[in-house]
Design a binder for this molecule. Structure first.
Ligand code: GLU
Length: 281
């Protein structure tokens, strides 16, 4: 398909780790409706959990919903070398360090009496900085948040979704509430954060449309975009589809799988109706 410059480009970025459910349908339909160009990206860096059969099923479900997207579809498992280049740029600027801590080490450090109550960031408890000056030659690679923020002042982004407007965090907030996040996991050599900013830039995404569960992670992405001088999109965080008890849908909720609705004879129009009901409830 021809590329239209200046047009709004959105994407749907599922991980093929389970069947698509109503929440995914909502995310995909929202993104497609908001874009002049609609792109698809398979977020399969977690090779232990990603399965080809889930990837095949998701194309089928999305076609059934009536969606079409530009090709070729970008698959993250084929782009690990590019993610490494992104990571290398941060390392060359002296913003990273290796961390040898296990989860247990981090829990133990955070439970030390002088630490106070741990702050929970987008990736879990904020890392206490144990390895920051240890000079380990390998291990998970972390961002030194204080160094990263030293010249930036504050991080901000615009949301056009559930919390419309400009959102900002000072350097002190970024250090306290997000901290030294992992940029490259020991097992896969990258992270969701690195992959997503590399790929949104590569795909020319102008509006990142995704669930509001990722709202706090967007501060990480806005920061990485600044550090890497990538084009800054706007974000459209949408509400999450919940079940009757108000619990957010998860991949294991097979009862809400699109395949289940399909096998029971539902039409794409029925799905839209169900989603509208969820929207107004
Ligand atoms: N891969 C993520 C998911 O399956 C979506 C990430 C994003 O939209 O940035 O929830």
């Amino acid at each position: 398909m021809a590329r239209v410059t200046g047009a709004r480009a959105t994407r749907f970025a599922p991980s093929p780790t389970g069947p698509l459910h109503l929440g995914h349908a909502f995310a995909a339909l929202t993104a497609a409706a908001r874009g002049d160009r609609f792109l698809l990206r398979i977020e399969d860096i977690d090779t232990a959990r990603s399965k080809p059969e889930f990837e095949a099923a998701l194309y089928d479900d999305l076609h059934w919903l009536g969606l079409s997207w530009e090709t070729p579809v970008l698959r993250q498992s084929e782009r690990l070398g590019l993610y490494q280049q992104t990571i290398d740029r941060l390392t060359e600027n002296g913003l990273t360090y290796h961390c040898a801590c296990t989860r247990g080490d981090i829990r133990a450090a955070l439970s030390a009496p002088q630490e106070g109550a741990p702050v929970i960031g987008p990736d879990g408890p904020v890392y206490p900085g144990t390895c920051r000056h240890a000079g380990h030659p390998d291990g998970a690679l972390r961002l030194d948040m204080a160094k990263a923020m030293a010249h930036l002042g504050e991080i901000s982004f615009t949301d056009t979704g559930t919390r419309p407007g400009l959102h900002r965090r000072s350097a002190a907030d970024m250090i306290r509430e997000i901290g030294d996040i992992v940029l490259a996991r020991r097992d896969i050599g990258t992270s969701y954060h690195i992959a997503v900013v590399t790929d949104d830039a590569a795909q020319g995404i102008t509006e990142v449309t995704r669930g509001e569960d990722l709202f706090d992670a967007t501060f990480i992405h806005a920061l990485l975009i600044r550090l890497l001088s990538l084009p800054q999109p706007v974000w459209h965080h949408h509400r999450l589809i919940r079940d009757q008890s108000g619990k957010r849908l998860a991949k294991r909720d097979d009862a809400r799988a699109l395949a289940k609705y399909r096998s029971e004879g539902a039409s794409p129009a029925d799905i839209s109706r169900i989603l509208d009901l969820s929207l107004s409830s």
